[in-house]
Design a protein around this ligand. Sequence first.
Ligand code: NAD
Length: 329
Amino acid sequence: MKNVLVTGAGGFIGHHLVKYLVAKGYKVRGADIKMPEYEATAAHEFLQVDLRLHDACQAATAGMDEVYHLAADMGGIGFISGSHAEITLNNTLISAHMAKAAHDAKVGKFLFSSSACVYPQHLQTSPDVTPLHEDVAWPAQPEEGYGLEKIYMEKLCQYMHEDWGISTRSVRFHNVYGWLGTYDGGREKVPAAICRKVALCPDGGEIEVWGDGLQTRSFMYIDDCVEGLFRLMQSDYTAPLNLGTDEMISINDLVAITSRIAGKTIRMRHDLTKPQGVRGRNSDNSRIREVLGWEPSIRIREGLAPTYKWISDELAAHAEAKPTAVAAE
Ligand code: NAD
C-alpha cells in the first residue's frame, strides 16, 4: 500500500482528495494548519502543523511515496487582490520548504497545485477570451502575488524533475467549486458567494454582484477535480497541465443558473468599485484530452445544484442554532 501525503487536507480540495484516496485504498496522511471545518477528516493520520516551517514539512513528508501539495494561503478575488505581500510570502515559504523536504525524504512523485492565475493578464482582457493553452503561460505576466508564486513553483517542479529525478506534476486548476467549500468570511470564491447571496435573498429580492457581471470564467465541480488529480498522478506527464472545464459562462449567467436552482427571481445590483479579476478566462482542454484521454465533464448546472443545496442547508442550520431573543417579562 502506498503512503500518500496531502497538504492542505484541512481545506476544500484537500479534504475531498483525502476521502477519494482513502476509498482507493491508499494510506493517507493529511497536513494542514487547521482541521477540516465542515466534516471530520478521513485521513489515517493528520498533522496539524504550520507548513511555512521547514521542520513541519520534514515531519509531513517523512516516509511518503507520493505528495499532493495543495496547502496555500488563498481565497476569492477580494482576498487575492488585497493581500499580495502576505500571500506571496506565505506561499513561497510553504512551497519551497515542501520541495526541499520532498527531496530530502526521497519522495517519488510530487504534485503541485498551480492555477489558471499563471496565465498572462494581457491575454484575458475580453469576455470572449481565447481558451488558454498551456504553452501561452510564457513570456509570463501572471496575477500579482498569488499567480507569481504559482508560476515560480511550476519552474521549481521542472528543475526538481530535471536535476533530482523527482516525478513532478503541476496542475493548473480553473475555478473549483462544490459542497464543503468555504462560503463566507471573505475567502470564499464566486460560486459559493453567489450561492450564499441567493440563499439569503428572499424571492423577488436583489443581490450585489462584483463588476458588471459580464466577466467570464469556467468552473469545475469538485468530483471532476479529484478524479483529474488522481489520473494525472497515475500518468507520466510532468509538464504543467490545465484542469478545468471549457464551459465558459459570465458571472451574470452564474447568478441566473443559481436563481433557477433556488426557484427564486433575483435582481442584480452591480458594484463596479469591487475587484472582478481578469475580464475573461477559459481552459483550453486539447492537451488534457491528449495526455489523459479524459477531461472534466460535469456541467455547471449539475454541479451547482448540490453545492447550492449544501450552502443553503448550512445557512439554515446556523440560523436555527442562533439563540432567539427572549421577551423580557
Ligand atoms: P483552501 O483554502 O480550502 O485550502 C488550502 C489549505 O491550505 C487550507 O486548509 C489552509 O489552512 C492550508 N494552509 C494555508 N496556510 C498553511 C500553512 N502555513 N500551513 C499549513 N496549511 C496551510 O483552498 P482550496 O480551494 O482547497 O485550494 C487548494 C489548492 O488549489 C491551493 O494551492 C490553491 O492555490 C489551488 N487552487 C485552487 C483553486 C480553486 O478554485 N479552489 C483554483 C486555483 C488553484
